[in-house]
Design a protein around this ligand. Structure first.
Ligand code: IMP
Length: 455
């Protein structure tokens, strides 16, 4: 296996120093310990499993953007665990998990996730740190999510209704934002009162009848804050200190790069930088400390919510993929839109995120589908291109140009050696590697840790 994660010695620079009688050459090797896992499509690429696999090579696992709009599933020992905010590293007893400042947190929901994990035998103990800089999601954010998506005009974004966008909007707007560290301050009550009053005026104008109550929010959030207090620290300082100690750190991306607010299919995106560019901003760790970037792709494409998806198969093929892959949202249970693998989109996000290697997940889902197609170019307004358009409306007009690859019928979910896959499946994986111009290092054929091949 050539995973090369965690401990990477990268010779970055040579210095030449002059000693008394001659030239002394010093070779400085800089130890770069960061690995990151990024979804290269529209989310739901089974990143949680890949993070879980890589965790044993790292001491710290960091979530740095998004919030409880994410849903990560990890399966081992015959049990299935679902995570939304808690990093997937939590299942490894010696790993420190960090929710960094770029994440938006609903404290009440986070506690219910922590409590649910405890019932399932996963005790958080002192294995979790949460940034005091993380912005807090309040009940008005969830109401705004509903109101704004409904009145948005045109096609709805189809958000997860978790208040993610409105919370990030307030973060950027600043005056009505509250960070986790502020929940412990004396002026928290008066801030909640002021903001609730102002938010309620607007919500009322939009026809909302059930409005948030400041006293209730203060009580609920104070109770939650008191329980979260032991976890709440300056995670930026913590991570920078760990970097100084050369601690191997794993960065766990949420959503997928095509949902990146700046580089994705705007406006049908999430409100954070979910591509590789978001790691530094969300965690406070400079990008040059990420030595290995692993891009995760499904063997096909899915999308939840609105927005263009050129390879969507709103037909029997799409239905078959959805049923084989149980393609229903972990968070919202919505049926996912399913289609062929889009190499134009994945090549774009692999380049954008600076990917070194690729993990392909859910290859087993394609068994028995028949002939398979891969989109290798778009035809837009009569012109063929392999460039991913910056404009969503252009992407809407893109007609996929496909190549066809033979399919396979065998159940491959128990295969653990890449060479033992049916030839057609091997060919499919190799074709994707060729189109993305990156090696495929991991192939996953099921949710369990054991259903994994290292190429
Ligand atoms: P939001 O992040 O809830 O604001 O939703 C914005 C868009 O991103 C919607 O189309 C969601 O369906 C999509 N989205 C958000 N989180 C995820 C995810 O974890 N997986 C897949 N899609 C997501």
């Amino acid at each position: 296996m050539n995973l090369n994660t965690g401990y990477n010695y990268i010779p970055l620079c040579f210095f030449i120093g002059v000693a008394h009688r001659g030239v002394v050459i010093f070779l400085f090797e800089v130890y770069v310990p960061g690995t990151s896992v990024i979804g290269l499509q529209w989310g739901d690429e089974a990143k949680g499993k890949i993070v879980d696999l890589l965790t044993e090579r790292h001491n710290v696992v960091v979530r740095y953007q998004g919030g409880a709009n994410a849903g990560h599933t990890v399966v081992f020992g015959g049990k299935k665990y679902k995570l939304s905010l808690v990093p997937s590293g939590i299942f490894h007893p010696t790993v420190q998990c960090v929710i960094a400042g770029g994440v938006v947190i609903d404290p009440v929901q986070l506690l219910s996730e922590i409590d649910r994990l405890a019932i399932e035998g996963i005790v958080i103990g002192d294995k979790l740190f949460i940034s005091d800089r993380a912005h807090v999601i309040f009940p008005w954010h969830k109401l705004e999510d509903r109101v704004y998506d409904e009145i948005g005009g045109g096609e709805a974004i189809g958000t997860t209704m978790r208040g993610i966008g409105p919370c990030y909007r307030d973060k950027v707007g600043r005056s009505q934002a509250i960070r986790l560290g502020e929940l412990f301050r004396d002026d928290f009550k008066s801030r909640v009162e002021t903001i609730t009053e102002s938010k309620n005026k607007i919500l009322k104008a939009y026809g909302c009848t059930e409005l948030p109550d400041a006293n209730q929010i203060f009580d609920d959030y104070t109770a939650a804050a008191n329980r979260l207090k032991p976890y709440c620290i300056d995670t930026t300082a913590y991570l920078l200190n760990e970097i100084d100690k050369d601690t191997p750190i794993l960065f766990e991306g949420a959503q997928g790069a095509l949902l990146d607010v700046d580089h994705g299919t705007f406006p049908y995106v999430t409100s954070s930088n979910s591509s590789g560019v978001g790691i530094a901003a969300g965690s406070g760790v400079p990008a040059r400390f990420i030595s290995k970037m692993i891009g995760v792709i499904k063997a096909y494409t899915t999308r939840v919510g609105g927005g263009p998806m050129p390879t969507e198969q709103d037909n029997e093929v799409g239905n078959k993929i959805r049923e084989n892959g149980n393609e229903y949202g972990t968070v919202t249970k919505r049926p996912r839109r399913c289609g062929w693998f889009d190499a134009v989109a994945a090549r774009y996000t692999a380049r954008l995120s600076g990917v070194d290697a690729v993990a392909i997940t859910l290859l087993d889902v394609l068994s028995g589908i028949g002939e398979l197609k891969i989109c290798v170019a778009y035809k837009i307004d009569g012109h063929e291109t392999t460039d991913f358009p910056s404009e969503c409306e252009k992407l809407r007009r893109a007609e996929p140009v496909y190549i066809t690859i033979p399919g396979w019928n065998e159940d491959i979910s128990q295969v653990t050696d890449f060479n033992k896959l049916p030839n057609a499946a091997k060919m499919y994986v190799k074709k994707i590697a060729e189109l993305l111009k990156h090696p495929v290092e991991i192939v996953s054929v099921g949710a369990d840790r054991k259903q994994t091949m290292y190429v």
